[in-house]
Write a protein that binds this ligand. Structure first.
Ligand code: AMP
Length: 470
């Protein structure tokens, strides 16, 4: 087999796995760094999340070490447990034909499970510094056979105060080894680390740090919690994508699954509580187009490898950039264009900026697609008080009552309390006008204002209420 990857010197058993993963062309950093790494040289590379760096050190490790050894021969240090899991999973995918076993080691999870896995034999350790040291000190982790060492997202590890831990770990492994460091930025302390612990490291600078997710157009839609399902069905009805929808919790996956099934969409859900067999069946059905929409949690969607997903929809916006990248990496595969749409509530909009900065990608704002005239929405849009309230949860309502009706502030408030059963503490500022007034009411009582207040007439006058426009 010849592919663009074998041309870089990657062996066939690895290239075949990359091919299975839908990777057709190497990314710029893969092109630049893999040939150097395969020669055994130390390197430090400036690379952000999303550039394909895991593929770089992954293939170098697999090719440079033998699988099935008693003691680990490679280690990847990462800053967070999310990244540990994601890197370990990608290594499992790349190692499909080489059989290397990767074990993630991180804090906050059962030590016993991790010890068990280490005892069964691990070729590659992917760990966070703290837990790795813990395991070393308890003599569950022996680093005497490490041949390849990777520091991933080194700048973040230093920011998190891991420098001493990292140096301790580096000092506990053989000096004869290959060391690779990846970092989004190159501050002085990273350069010093590279100088102290690497041998004539090659510096990899990819002229433009391209992100692989180039084939994926990224959008966000500003939508309140209560209107997410309205926005979702609009997208499904109008764009008709083959989509994977990510929710933050299993519960939300279940709710959405039930709701969409009731509305007769061909959907299935996967999450961590489902038996593996059932999950696999669902994924198979999705692959074979028997279902159009898959709803998933992050855990369940790990390692999901399907070429023709046209949309990734973040029903809930993830808080971690790694999770975001990983999710949207499910589309735009195998040279096909993909679309990622994230639903973002007003409190989450800062995440968009943050992710854009971290990855140097743009996430464009778009609107919910327009329904054709005359068609009815599958789910109706509701007033989303969350989105229109101020920081204290207050919403401004305009009521067609005022001085002309003989009302002042107090009388108006009293009428609202009586007629709409709004509690007095939920009423804020009132501006009484001649023919209409603006009343601030807490969003929890929004429906009462909109639905109940108009039901009662005031001195025989029909009362109308709407959201006040500033
Ligand atoms: P990373 O920067 O390693 O976190 O990779 C970001 C995403 O890009 C992951 O979802 C990878 O699976 C994907 N990826 C990496 N290299 C390639 C490639 N050559 N072709 C297509 N996708 C890739």
């Amino acid at each position: 087999m010849i592919s663009k990857f074998t041309e870089l010197g990657i062996s066939e058993d690895i290239a075949r796995a990359l091919d299975d993963m839908g990777w057709v062309d190497p990314t710029p950093i893969q092109e630049a760094a893999v040939p150097i790494g395969l020669q055994g040289a130390d390197m430090f590379a400036q690379a952000q999340t999303g550039t394909g760096k895991t593929g770089v050190f992954g293939s170098i490790i697999l090719q440079g070490t033998e699988s099935g050894q008693r003691l680990p021969s490679a280690m990847v240090l990462v800053p967070t447990r999310e990244l540990a899991n994601q890197v370990a999973e990608q290594l499992v995918e790349i190692a499909k034909y080489t059989g290397h076993v990767s074990v993630p080691i991180y804090g906050g999870a059962s030590m016993e499970v991790q010890m068990d896995r280490l005892e069964k034999g691990a070729d590659i350790i992917v760990g966070t510094p703290g837990r790795v040291i813990d395991m070393m000190n308890r003599r569950f982790l022996n680093l005497s056979k490490i041949k390849i060492m990777v520091l991933d997202e080194a700048d973040r590890m230093l920011d998190m105060g891991f420098i001493e831990d990292i140096e301790y770990i580096l000092a506990s492994m053989p000096k004869e080894r290959q060391t690779m460091l990846f970092s989004a930025t190159m501050p002085e302390d990273i350069k010093r680390l590279a100088g102290d612990y690497m041998r004539k490291p090659k510096e990899i600078s990819v002229s433009q740090d391209e992100v692989v997710l180039d084939l994926t157009k990224q959008y966000y839609i500003s939508v309140g919690r209560r209107n997410k399902s309205w926005a979702l069905t609009r997208i499904l009805d109008i764009d008709k994508p083959k989509a994977i929808i990510f929710c933050q919790t299993k519960k939300m996956v279940d709710i959405l699954d039930e709701r969409l099934t009731q509305l007769r969409y061909t959907v299935k859900a996967i999450h961590g509580d489902m038996p593996q067999q059932k999950r696999e069946k669902v994924i198979k059905d999705f692959k074979e187009d028997k279902i159009q929409i898959l709803i998933a949690t992050d855990v369940a969607a790990r390692g999901l490898d399907i070429d023709d997903i046209s949309y990734v929809i973040n029903y809930d916006m993830p808080e971690e950039i790694d999770t975001y990248i990983h999710r949207i990496g499910r589309t735009g595969r195998a040279g096909k264009e993909g679309v990622a749409i994230s639903f973002v509530t007003s409190e989450e909009e800062h995440l968009v900026k943050e992710f854009e900065l971290r990855t140097e990608m743009t996430i464009e704002r778009r609107d919910v697609p327009e329904a054709e005239e005359g068609t009815r929405d599958t789910i109706r849009k509701v007033v989303d008080y969350d989105q229109i309230s101020d920081v204290y949860g207050m919403v401004r309502f305009q009521v067609n009552l005022g001085k002309d009706d003989g009302l002042g502030k107090v009388a108006l408030a009293e009428h609202i309390i009586r007629a709409a059963k709004v509690r007095d503490f939920a009423i804020g500022k009132i501006e009484v006008g001649a023919g209409s007034s603006v009343v601030e009411v807490h969003m929890d009582f929004g429906n009462r204002m909109m639905m109940d207040l108009p039901k009662a007439r005031y001195k025989n006058k029909k009362v109308t209420v709407r959201i006040a426009q500033d």
